[in-house]
Design a binder for this molecule. Sequence first.
Ligand code: PMP
Ligand code: GLN
Length: 465
Amino acid sequence: MPRLASLQSLYRLCRSSSYLPVASVTQASSCYQQHIRSLETMASDKLKAAEHLKGLEGSVWVEFVKLATEEKAINLGQGFPDFAPPNSVTQALTEIIAPGSNPLMSQYTRSYGHARLVNAIAAMYTKFMGREVDPMTGVLVSVGAYGSLYYAINSHVNPGDEVIIIEPFFDCYEPMVRMARGVPRFIALKPTNKTEGVTSTKDFTLDINELRGLFNSKTKAIIVNNPNNPLGKLFTREELTEIADLCKEHDVICISDEVYEHLVYDDNKFTRIATLPDMWDRTITVCSAGKIFSATGWKLGWSIGPQHLIKNCQTLHQNCVYTCPTLIQEAVARGLEIEFSRLGQPECYFLELPRELQEKRDKMAKILRECNLTPIIPDGGYFMMAQYGHLGVDVSQYGDGPQDYKMVRYLTKTQGVATIPCSAFYSADHKSLGEPYIRFCFIKDDCTIDKAAEKLKAFSKSLKA
Ligand code: PMP
Ligand code: GLN
């Protein structure tokens, strides 16, 4: 059988040549077509996705970001601010790229993290963790917190290892565990049976006996998201201590996703699980510059932890991403230096942002209540789950899947307000727990929230009429 390349050139030659007899052209052409067909048949097997991607094709973000864009809806769905990041980082970025500035800022930098950035991170988390964080061996800079989560999971989980995930959970945890051929084991936070209904994230608690039942000799890791997305729950010190005790008893790694670390409201206290007794050595803490600086599109994150865990993440990183964008790392480094120098002062962005967000949270809660939606008031993060059942709308015509998916499609298409369905944050067996809720993002300009309020109020009024 002639090689494909020679067939291709023969085919091209035949088609362009007026000297070859027509019969030869036809023969070569049909031979080439036949060869392509046989390649396609073989390809149907060889070009298939790897086994570990099976079942991971759908993404709530891909579907609903597209829908919000197509419908030009007011976007209270995907979690991103529609206002500018603070000057501490935007000004830095402008200066770094200005004509005549250091040209090396446009070139590769250190693989595990730009030196100025890891130094700034280490200085800051040395304070937050109450222990020395080494900039070179205790920090890894990644493409967003997504990158850090992927490294933490894929550099430790072996096929068959179990990873405990607390529901509702940020949806990428499950596919990341599956890509590592690990086995996710789920435990849902349970709402207390209050007669007047669940309205606070404090009403969602972790059943420690159920959790204990999930730990066994195959358990490799647990993923804790504190403050939690989408619920906005802050885990109490007591809850974290119970999780920590089980980790120590069963020699398990704790992956603590703390991307909303500064976004804590009222008098609530945020505890970092890595700071609990003997937890540092088994915890990887995951953070996001995108969340810290309201710059989600900058896609920069980092992992912090002991050298024996971070070095495994570094091995994975050096072989797939190698290094993150230098410009962004330098700007985030300068931003952290500035904010760290005014830590605890009202103008520090780590205090300014939650102060503003608490007002937005309260504003959003009031609007939702006025519209006959029942919000669960978050203690942290920038999302609010709300029950929509009282509206009593028929959404059966709005596509497939769980009721909340249909409700979100309905609201986006008919009312021009985009949200996110909460069953996306539950495993297949527990989808019904998330189905009564949709998630509203409140890190939005007040005028965006007002516009959404206008639409939602008019909608709710039309239902009563
Ligand atoms: N963890 C949680 C809980 C999140 O909500 C998100 C999304 N913002 C991420 C991780 C990913 O963050 P990043 O955009 O920095 O990759
Ligand atoms: N973390 C953000 C959210 O929960 C965005 C996630 C994403 O777009 N993949 O909305």
